[in-house]
Design a protein around this ligand. Structure first.
Ligand code: GAL
Length: 663
C-alpha cells in the first residue's frame, strides 16, 4: 500500500517533511497565481491541496467539464517543485445538483431541508449524489493520473453530514437488515417492548426523528453507527475510483479532531495515511495539551506510522464566538509539536486568506497583511524549521508504554439523554485523563479495546461505558498476562446494544476490578466535590462494595459514602469511582505508571515544558511566554539552531528545541 513514507522518504532523495496547505486559487484572478507560487517557494512550501471546493467550477453544468484552469495550476505547481494533494470536490455539490435532484439534499431531525448556499449539503444516501460524485471523481482521476505534480488523493472534506430524510430511511433499513437479519432480532436488540415500540414491519423503522420525549437509546446508537458507515461507503466509492487510476498514490480523507461523528478506527483502516484537522483555541491554556492529544490519537489511528496535519490555522479561525489570533510563536510551537507527536506533514487551511465568502476572516498562511505581515513571516520561519528537521525526523516513530482505550461506539452509547447525569461528557473525561498523563510527561498512545494490548505496560480506560464481550475478554487476558489496568467510573456498564449488564457492570469486569456489588451511582453537581481523604473527587461518586481481597486505596470521607472506595485496587487492576481533581489524577496515574515500570520522558522539567521522544530525538516544547531554563541529562545539539548545550538549555517564549544527543 502506498503511504506518506513514499512521499517523505523518496528513494534516492533526502527525507523531508511535507509543508503547505489548501490552496483555492479559483477564488482569485489568475495573475495572483504566479505570486502565490513565488511566495510558497519563499516559505518552503512543498505540497498544496487543490480542488477541495471546486465542483461548480469543474462541472459548471450537468456533465460539462472545465479542466483547463486546473491543468494550468497542476503545471504551475510542478514547474515550481510543489506536489499536489488533489481533492475530490464532492463535499460541496454545485447548486444545479440540488435544483435537479432535491433528494440529494439532507433533512434534519425535524424534516427541514439543508439547502445549497453553504457546503456539505449532500445526503450520503442519495443515489443521484453518489452517481454524480463518482462521475466527476472518475474524470478527475483519469485526467490527472499521469500528471507529475500529483502526489496524493484527498477524498471529500471532513465527512460529517447527517440525514434523517426519506433517502436515509431507505438506507437505514438496508443497513439494519444487514446487521440484524430479521425484525425480531432488531426488536430484541433495541428492547422495543419498552414503551410499546415493537416494530411489525420494516417500513415502520425510521431514522430517529423528532419525537415527543426521550428516544430509544439503542435506536440512536445504531443511527450513529449507520451514519458513520454510510459516509464511509461514500468515501470508499471515491477511493476505489482514484485507486484504480493511481494504485501507486496514497489516499486519505481529513478527520475533524477528536470528533464523535465517525468511527475513527474503522475509517483509518480504510486509508493509506491518516490525516486530521486541528484547531485548538489559542486562548485556551490547555490548547497545547489538546494539540498533543489529537496527535497521539491520530498517530494511534495510523497504527503508529507517521500521519498528516491536513489543516490547522496560521492565526485566528472564524467560527468561535470570539476568534483570537495566535500570539507570535504559537503557530510555530503547535506545528513543531505535531511533528514531535509523529506528524510527517504539516499543512494549513489555507494558503492565502480569502477576501470573499464565509471564511474571509479566517486566517491563512498568507494573510490579508501580505508578504510583510507577521503571519507570513512566521510561515517562512516554520518552513525553514521543517526543512531542517526533515532529514532527521521523517519516518521515525514515537513509542509509548501506556495506552488509553477509546471507542467511538461507546461514545455514541453514552449520550446525555436519560443518563444518570447530563454532566458526564465522554470527551471531557478522556481529555481529563490525557491531561493527567500530559502533565506527568508520560507518553501515551490510544488503542481500541479489541487491540492487542500486550505491548503496553499500562492500559487506561477513562470511560468506556459500552464494552462488548471481546473487549472484556481482552482486558481480562491483559491483566492475567501481567499488565496493569486502570478503569474510570462507568466502565463496562453496557453491552454492544447499550443494554445494562447484569448487576450494573459486567460481572467478569467486577471480578477483575475487585468489586463485589455496585450499589448506586451518586453523580455530583457542578459545584459539588467529594472528600476522598488525600484529594477531592468531582463529577461522580459511587456506592460500591469491594470484593474480599480488594484494597481500598482511597476512601470517601463523610457524607453518604463515608468509608467506601474512591480508588480500589485488586492486584494490578484499579478502579477509580470518581473524577479526581487534575493534580490528584496526575499523581495517581504517575504512581501506578511507576509501579508498572514506566515513567516520564524527562524528570525535573519546569511547569509548562513538554518533552517528547520521537525516534532518537528529544523534543522540548515550551507552552508558556516567559523564557525558562531546563535541566538536561547530557550534552545535546539542537537541530533547529545547531547550538550545543550541556546541563541546561534556555527556551524562549513558546520555544522549541529538537535535541540530538552528542558524545
Ligand atoms: C475545516 C474545513 C476547512 C475550513 C476550516 C476553517 O473544518 O475543512 O475547509 O472551513 O475548517 O477552520
Amino acid at each position: 500500500m502506498p503511504s506518506l513514507d513514499d512521499l517523505t522518504r523518496p528513494p534516492g532523495r533526502p527525507p523531508r517533511l511535507l509543508y503547505g496547505g489548501d490552496w483555492n486559487p479559483e477564488q482569485w484572478p489568475e495573475e495572483t497565481w504566479a505570486e502565490d507560487v513565488r511566495l510558497m517557494r519563499r516559505a518552503g512550501v512543498n505540497s498544496v491541496t487543490l480542488g477541495v471546493f471546486s465542483w461548480s467550477r469543474l462541472e459548471p453544468a450537468p456533465g460539462a467539464r472545465e479542466f483547463g484552469w486546473l491543468d494550468r495550476l497542476m503545471d504551475l505547481t510542478h514547474e515550481n517543485g510543489i506536489g499536489v494533494v488533489l481533492a475530490t470536490p464532492t463535499s460541496s455539490p454545485p447548486p444545479w445538483l440540488g435544483r435537479l435532484h432535491p433528494e440529494t439534499l439532507p433533512r434534519d431531525e425535524d424534516g427541514r431541508t439543508e439547502w445549497w448556499g453553504s457546503r456539505q449539503h449532500f445526503s450520503h444516501s442519495s443515489e443521484a449524489y453518489r452517481r454524480h460524485a463518482a462521475a466527476i471523481t472518475e474524470d478527475l482521476a483519469a485526467r490527472y493520473a499521469g500528471h507529475p505534480a500529483l502526489t496524493m488523493w484527498h477524498i471529500n472534506n471532513e465527512y460529517c453530514t447527517h440525514d434523517w430524510g426519506d433517502e436515509a430511511a431507505r438506507t437505514f433499513r438496508r443497513w439494519l437488515k444487514a446487521r440484524y437479519g430479521t425484525l425480531d432480532a432488531l426488536n430484541t436488540a433495541w428492547g422495543t417492548d419498552f414503551w410499546s415500540q415493537r416494530y411489525a414491519d420494516w417500513a415502520e423503522v425510521l431514522p430517529p426523528r423528532r419525537a415527543h420525549y426521550l428516544k430509544n437509546p439503542a435506536h440512536v446508537l445504531d443511527f450513529r453507527r449507520y451514519t458513520s458507515d454510510l459516509l464511509l461507503e461514500c468515501y470508499r466509492a471515491e477511493r476505489d475510483i482514484v485507486r484504480r487510476h493511481t494504485p501507486h498514490l496514497p489516499v486519505t480523507t481529513n478527520f475533524m479532531p477528536f470528533w464523535s461523528g465517525q468511527d475513527g478506527w474503522a475509517w483509518a483502516a480504510e486509508e493509506d495515511l491518516v490525516s486530521v484537522d486541528v484547531y485548538p483555541d489559542p486562548r485556551d491554556p490547555r490548547g497545547g495539551q489538546d494539540n498533543a492529544m489529537i496527535g497521539d490519537l491520530t498517530r494511534s489511528q495510523a497504527g503508529g506510522r507517521p500521519w498528516m496535519v491536513m489543516e490547522q490555522a496560521a492565526g485566528a479561525v472564524n467560527w468561535r464566538d470570539v476568534n483570537h489570533p495566535k500570539p507570535p510563536g504559537l503557530n510555530r510551537l503547535w506545528a513543531l509539536q505535531a511533528v514531535a507527536h509523529g506528524a510527517d506533514a504539516v499543512c494549513y487551511f489555507q494558503w492565502r486568506q480569502s477576501r470573499q465568502g464565509a471564511e474571509r476572516f479566517h486566517s491563512g498562511m498568507l494573510g490579508h497583511a501580505g508578504e510583510r505581515g507577521r503571519v507570513f513571516q512566521e510561515t517562512v520561519r516554520i518552513g525553514a524549521d521543517l526543512a531542517r528537521l526533515g532529514p532527521h525526523v521523517a519516518g521515525s516513530r514515537v513509542t509509548t508504554d501506556i495506552a488509553v482505550l477509546h471507542d467511538w461506539h461507546s461514545w455514541w452509547a453514552d449520550g446525555p439523554d436519560g443518563a444518570p447525569s447530563r454532566r458526564v461528557d465522554h470527551a471531557g473525561i478522556v481529555r481529563a485523563w490525557h491531561r493527567a498523563l500530559f502533565d506527568a510527561r508520560l507518553p501515551v498512545s490510544f488503542a481500541h479495546p479489541h487491540h492487542d494490548l500486550t505491548g503496553h505496560r499500562l492500559v487506561l480506560v477513562p470511560h468506556l461505558h459500552l464494552l462488548d464481550d471481546t473487549a472484556i475478554d481482552n482486558l481480562t487476558a491483559y491483566v492475567q498476562g501481567g499488565g496493569t489496568l486502570v478503569c474510570g467510573f462507568l466502565t463496562g456498564v453496557a453491552d454492544q446494544d447499550g443494554r445494562v449488564r447484569p448487576g450494573g457492570m459486567d460481572p467478569r469486569l467486577r471480578a477483575l476490578l475487585g468489586i463485589d456489588l455496585l450499589q448506586e451511582w451518586w453523580p455530583l453537581d457542578e459545584d459539588e466535590r467529594v472528600d476522598c481523604g488525600t484529594f477531592h473527587g468531582t463529577l461522580w461518586s459511587e456506592e460500591l462494595t469491594p470484593a474480599a481481597g480488594a484494597e481500598t486505596v482511597a476512601a470517601y470521607r463523610g457524607g453518604e459514602l463515608d468509608g467506601l472506595p474512591a480508588v480500589l485496587r485488586n492486584g494490578r487492576a484499579w478502579y477509580v469511582s470518581t473524577l479526581p481533581e487534575p493534580d490528584a489524577l496526575r499523581e495517581l496515574l504517575a504512581a501506578v505508571a511507576r509501579e508498572a515500570g514506566t515513567g516520564a520522558v524527562l524528570d525535573g522539567l519546569p511547569e509548562g515544558v513538554e518533552a517528547v521522544r520521537r525516534g532518537e530525538l528529544l523534543f522540548l516544547l515550551h507552552h508558556g511566554r516567559d523564557p525558562l531554563t531546563v535541566p538536561l541529562p547530557g550534552r545535546y545539539r539542537d537541530l533547529l539552531t545547531g547550538a550545543l548545550s550541556t546541563g541546561t538549555l534556555t527556551l524562549e517564549r513558546y520555544g522549541v528545541a529538537v535535541l540530538e544527543e552528542t558524545p
